[in-house]
Structures are given as C-alpha cells and as structure tokens.
Design a protein around this ligand. Structure first.
Ligand SMILES: Cc1ncc(COP(=O)(O)O)c(C=O)c1O
Length: 394
C-alpha cells in the first residue's frame, strides 16, 4: 500500500529533493559557524545566512534583511515577539483562530505581566468579515490596547483573514499589527508594507518547504526598535559586552543558528521563486475544490460536516471534517490502516478555533494538501472517507 500524505498543515512532505541535498552539502562541505571566524568557510556560512535573510525579506516585502531574525521555528519567534514587545498591563486583540503558539504565551503573559486579550468576532465560516473590521474591533479597544495579532490562515479550517483591512484599522488607531504566517507563507502572496504589518512570524517547514527547526521573525522598523530579547547569549559580535548587542539581528539571535536548516530553507525559497507562489496557490485551490465537491454528497446525506469557508478563495488547502456517525479518531485510523492515508485528528493545537466553530471538544479530521499533493490522492481520500462512512465496520 502506498503512503498518501495529507498532513501538510503539520509539516510539508515531500520537500523538493534539493532541500535535503543542501542540508547535507552544508554539513559535509562547509560546516562552519557564523560570526565566529574569518576563514573562508565561515565567510561562506555568513553569505548563506545573509542571502537567506534577503530572500525572506523579499518574500514578505520587509524593510531590510537585517530585520529578519532566525530562530528554531515560529513557536520560538512568536514567544520572542509577544514577550519582547508586550508590557505590563497591555491588552491585545486576537482572532479566535490563534494557535497555542500564540495563546499559551499570552496565557503565561497574563500571569507574569497581567497582559489581557479580547477575541475579534467572526462569522459562521470563521472569517473576520471584509468591510466589518472597524465595526467589530472598535468596541473591543481599551486605553491599554497595544496590538492586534492574527493567524493569517487557520490551521484547522483553512480560513484566510483579511490582513490588509485589519492593517488599515491598526494604522488608523495606532496599534501594532502582528501576523502568524505558519499556514500562509509560501501559499499566499504577501506584502508587509501594504498590509501595514509591524511584524510577522514564519516557519520554514510548512508551505516554505524547508526542513524542520528553522523559522523566524520579520520586523518592520517600529517593532525592530522596540523589541527586547527573550533569550540572551553569545552572538560572536561585541563580545566585550555582557549585554546583548543593540543592533539586529544579533539582539535577538543568541547562540549558534541552525545553519543546515538555513541551507535547506535557502534552496526551498529558490524553488518557490522558480515555481511561483501563485501557481502553488492555484494547485492547492484546485485540489481543495475537488475534495469539497467529492465530499458534498456525503455532506448532503448528513454523514459529515465541513465547517469553514464554503469558497476556496477564502481558504488555504486545509479541510476539516466532522463525522457524526463515527468517532473521528477511529475514522482517521481506518483511513491509515486500510488506505495508507495520513491525516491528523483532534484539536490541532487550536482549541478556541473549535469553540468558535462548534467542533469543541470532539475535534475534526483534518486533510491538508501541499504543493506536491496529486489530484488522484485527493480523490482517493474522498472515496476512502466515503467508504468508511457508508460501509459498516468489519
Ligand atoms: C497557525 C500555526 N501557528 C503556529 C504553529 C507552530 O508551528 P511550529 O511547530 O513550526 O513552531 C503552527 C503549526 O502547526 C500553526 O499551524
């Protein structure tokens, strides 16, 4: 039985073959550290890191490559951002679709700094409706509101939020604006300037098609000036000081970077550039459309429910399904055992998303497509789910 991987929202697989080659090449032929040596291989590593910062800066239309700060991944970066900027008593607006990578730091910040948050209302498809941002957010503002944090595309229901309009609202009311791009980077076109974003966090191993263990922050000037370090340590720069260097990226990059990860990410970014994000988006939309269409007879019979946006224009390639007649965990196990289909089941680290959409605490079976997912795999998954839902268990 062939393996059918439909869990790209967790991590993309497969990767372009050149990603693993670049990781291996870095480890076998360069292998040096950055900021700590002036010999040739150290310079090569330095060039690799700077070049990758520049590619990330271009991808998101940031201000400058030096404001691209690498970390082990988006979880670390979101912690750096929230801890580095929010102060005692601050209030922040968030969507109901934030991952625990946002909600857990906010919960700790509530205990430690009395930081509070309010949820921006959404419609029954999980969307902060276009044209209603000001009307929805204004009543939530308090004198201590400093920022708005939005998950660009939901990891449970795929719902895409209107960042440009939220950015206009933030500019009008003097709020900082942050985005979690875990599910949108590499899939949706992005422009931090147009979106008026002050900071975004990215992870390298999902739509960006790089290896696990690499991600970062992209900071616009205002956020770059105010963010303080969460972690302190050696940077190879200003080693006479026992404080962190004041300049970026060093202020936020203590310790040795994941250089093999950066090498892999760098070639993954080249792959995305060559392929074209709009082409990847079109492919994933086509797959999502097919999947939703194939599942619609089952939905009409009441065998399943597909919460989230009805239109593929309002979602990324993530489809969550609720199966009233069979436990979701059992259905997912059968998909794997009988058909080799790999999907994720449960709450997907976003309990509030399920509360907002009426799927808490049971959770959903999540199918998520990627750049290398094939049409026949999606059709087979829909057929397999149909068989599980219509045929009695053996
Ligand atoms: C929306 C969202 N934010 C944050 C994360 C955390 O990503 P990582 O595990 O790469 O730190 C995920 C991963 O599933 C996610 O989907």
């Amino acid at each position: 039985m062939e393996r059918i991987y439909l869990d790209n929202a967790a991590t993309s697989f497969p990767k372009p073959p050149e990603v693993a080659e670049a990781v291996s090449r870095f480890m076998t032929s360069c292998g040096a550290n950055t900021g700590r040596g002036s010999y040739r291989s150290a310079e090569e590593a330095e060039e690799l890191v700077y070049g990758t910062r520049a590619m990330i800066n271009d991808l998101f239309s940031g201000d400058h490559p030096r404001n691209v700060v690498f970390s082990s991944g988006i979880t670390m970066s979101l912690n750096q951002l929230l801890y580095g900027i929010l102060k005692s008593g601050d209030h922040i607006l968030v969507s109901s679709f934030e991952h625990n990578a946002v909600m857990r730091p906010l919960t700790l910040l509530k205990e430690k700094r009395n930081v509070s948050f309010s949820l921006i209302p959404c419609n029954e498809e999980g969307l902060i409706e276009r044209g209603t941002v000001e009307q929805s957010c204004l009543p939530l503002l308090k004198p201590e509101t400093r920022a708005v944090m939005i998950n660009h595309a939901g990891n449970v229901f795929g719902n895409i939020q209107p960042l440009e309009e939220i950015g206009r609202f933030c500019r009008k009311y003097g709020l900082l604006f942050f985005a979690d791009t875990a599910q949108s980077a590499g899939v949706l076109e992005f422009d931090m300037q147009k979106m008026n974003l002050d900071a975004l966090a990215f992870t390298g191993h999902k739509g960006l098609l790089g290896p696990q263990g690499i991600g970062g922050l992209v900071l616009r000037q205002r956020a770059a000036e105010m963010i303080s370090p969460l972690i302190a340590g050696g940077t190879g720069s200003q080693s006479d000081l026992e404080e962190m260097p004041a300049f970026l990226p060093d202020r936020l990059e203590a310790g040795t970077l994941n250089l093999p990860g950066i090498a892999g990410l760098s070639v993954a970014l080249s792959f995305l550039d060559k392929t074209g994000i709009s082409k990847i988006r079109a492919h994933e939309q086509a797959l999502t459309r097919i999947f939703l269409k194939e599942l619609s007879p089952l939905a009409e019979k009441g065998l399943l429910r597909i919460p989230g946006p009805a239109s593929v224009d309002a979602r990324v390639g993530v489809v969550s399904v609720v199966t009233p007649g069979i436990d979701e965990a059992l259905a997912a196990a059968l998909l794997n055992e009988r058909y080799g289909i790999e999907v994720r089941v449960g709450l997907h680290c976003a309990p509030r998303a399920h509360q907002a959409m009426g799927t808490f605490p049971g959770g959903t079976i999540r199918f998520s497509f990627g750049c290398f997912t094939k049409e026949e795999e999606v059709r087979l998954a829909a057929k397999a789910l149909g068989e599980i839902l219509t045929q009695p268990l053996e």
